[in-house]
Design a protein around this ligand. Structure first.
Ligand SMILES: [Zn+2]
Length: 491
């Protein structure tokens, strides 16, 4: 990091202070889509991305993963930026307790294996015979009647690893070894599900696919394997940053969110610096206008460990508070280098997985915006609950969103619509150390930011295009989105 970057940070802060003083509410005009969109500038977005990258690069592991200095700096920055408008916003830091892995040691018949402590699993020292669980360990039937005194070896995939560890624990296992279903190690891997009240989690270590398969082969050959697993974990407090306009109907809220954290591998500037900053900039520009309906902005923690910040938030809401949220819109990866303008398929027309009432209308509003106002091509993506809107869907709250694309491959057809390269990931640096400011597609970013601004302004003015509010809305079927292909790849 060069000295000039420090000056950039200081200058940006100074400008924001001046803005705040000039922007306190007094006879403001009601927000309009075009005025809010016009207030957005690429430069303002980009400068904030540099600040987040500096936070990552000043952190020992050069990332903004939960528990890191880079992530805490991000949380403080988001909070401080929005707290500069005390007359316009009520700002809250919601503490979210998280158990994160610190270190681990593993031996199998006294041979050392590289292992990582899995997030959300407790620390401990366990030793016993290793038992390989057939299939994926997502079903009760995959497990033998008793695992008492043993350590279960379970393959990654299809369901949250927390489901597997819960089942192993309920059969009496002392610990679990998770082995990867893809390349690489399981550093930063998470159980992706908070522990339920009945089945306590047990120490869990993550190893590579090759190491796991070698152990399975030995067990199948009849070799008895005694494993010794030590994991260390610590409980940290991370934070959701939540800001709500003081103006507007507080009982009918448009809720906008994106995650503030990155993965372990890199600084996470597209995923999800781009979404965090887009909504921050919109929140700042919104202070120039008045609203009819309250607008709530949230920056969630620990999305990458299983939507934990958003899950925690929704779990803490009473039904009366849930009913106040007319629509939640999620923004994750707004500046993918080989982008497509992807709209979540809230009406199920493309992927047959629909959201609660209002989700279809949100998709329709985005579609209307891209077709008629921005005059830009767009596609639909599966409404699979793979980002922070998942817990909202499960609570029966209408949801929607757009994305620039992650690890999926761009098709020939999409190249005709958006340019770029076919057969290449939308973001080649997805969850890699190359997700830096250089990874951002600025054209994608500003267009996505304008689309978000359109939605904010539209619903801040009126709910006329959404179906009437239903109290205690009916939940969708048992976590439909968890059955989708994309979700299953992700866990
Ligand atoms: Zn993300």
């Amino acid at each position: 990091m060069g000295v000039w970057k420090l000056i950039t940070v200081a200058a940006a802060l100074a400008v924001a202070v001046v803005d705040a003083a000039a922007l306190e509410p007094r006879g403001q005009k009601l927000v309009k889509s075009d005025s809010l969109r016009k207030a957005l500038k690429v430069d303002a977005l980009y400068k904030k991305a540099e600040i987040l990258q500096d936070f990552a690069y000043s952190s020992p592991d050069k990332n903004r993963v939960i528990g890191s200095q880079g992530h805490q700096d991000t949380i403080d920055y988001l909070h401080d930026q929005i707290a500069k408008f005390p007359k316009y916003y009520t700002v809250e830091l919601q503490p979210v307790p998280l158990v994160v892995g610190v270190s681990a040691n593993l031996t199998a018949n006294n041979k050392t294996i590289e292992v990582y402590a899995v997030t959300l699993a407790p620390g401990g020292h366990v030793t016993g015979p290793l038992v390989a669980i057939p299939n994926l360990g997502c079903e009760d039937a995959d497990f033998p009647p008793s695992l008492k005194g043993s350590i279960a070896l379970i393959f990654r995939g299809t369901c949250s690893f927390g489901v597997k560890v819960g089942l192993a624990s309920s059969r009496g296992a002392l610990g679990v070894i998770a082995y990867n279903n893809g390349d690489g190690n399981l550093k930063g891997y998470s159980l992706s599900l908070f522990q339920n009240d009945t089945t306590p989690y047990i120490p869990t270590g993550g190893i590579s696919r090759g190491q796991g398969e070698a152990l399975v082969a030995q067990l199948e050959a009849g070799t008895e394997i005694i494993v010794d697993l030590t994991t260390e974990s610590k409980t940290i407090t991370s934070y959701n940053v939540i800001a709500q306009t003081k103006g507007g109907d507080q009982n009918n809220v448009i809720h906008i969110g994106g995650h503030s954290d990155s993965v372990t591998a890199g600084p996470g500037i597209n995923d999800n610096g781009s979404g965090s900053i887009a909504i921050l900039e919109i929140a700042i520009q919104l202070t120039k206008f008045s609203v009819n309906n309250a607008v709530r902005f949230s920056w969630w923690t620990a999305e990458e460990e299983g939507l934990l910040g958003a899950t925690y938030y929704v779990a803490q809401l009473s039904q009366a508070e849930k009913d106040k949220i007319r629509l939640f819109l999620d923004f994750d990866m707004m500046a993918s280098p080989n982008y497509a303008f992807q709209i979540y398929d809230g009406d199920g027309s493309a992927f047959n997985s629909t959201g609660p009432p209002g989700s279809a209308e949100a998709e329709k509003e985005f579609t209307h915006y891209f077709n008629k106002i921005a005059k830009l091509n767009h596609t639909e993506i599966e409404f699979d609950g793979r980002s922070d809107y998942g817990p909202f869907l499960e609570a029966g709250i209408a949801a929607g969103g757009i994305a620039g694309g992650a690890e999926g491959l761009k098709t020939e057809e999409e190249v005709l619509m958006f340019g770029g390269a076919s057969g290449v990931q939308y973001d080649v640096n997805y969850h890699e150390d190359g997700d830096t400011v250089n990874n951002l597609n600025l054209e994608c970013w500003i267009e996505m930011s304008r689309a978000i601004a359109h939605m904010v302004a539209t619903y801040a003015r009126s709910w006329e295009s959404l179906p009437p509010k239903t109290k205690g809305s009916v939940k969708r079927g048992v976590s439909d989105h968890k059955k989708t292909k994309a979700y299953q790849r992700w866990v």
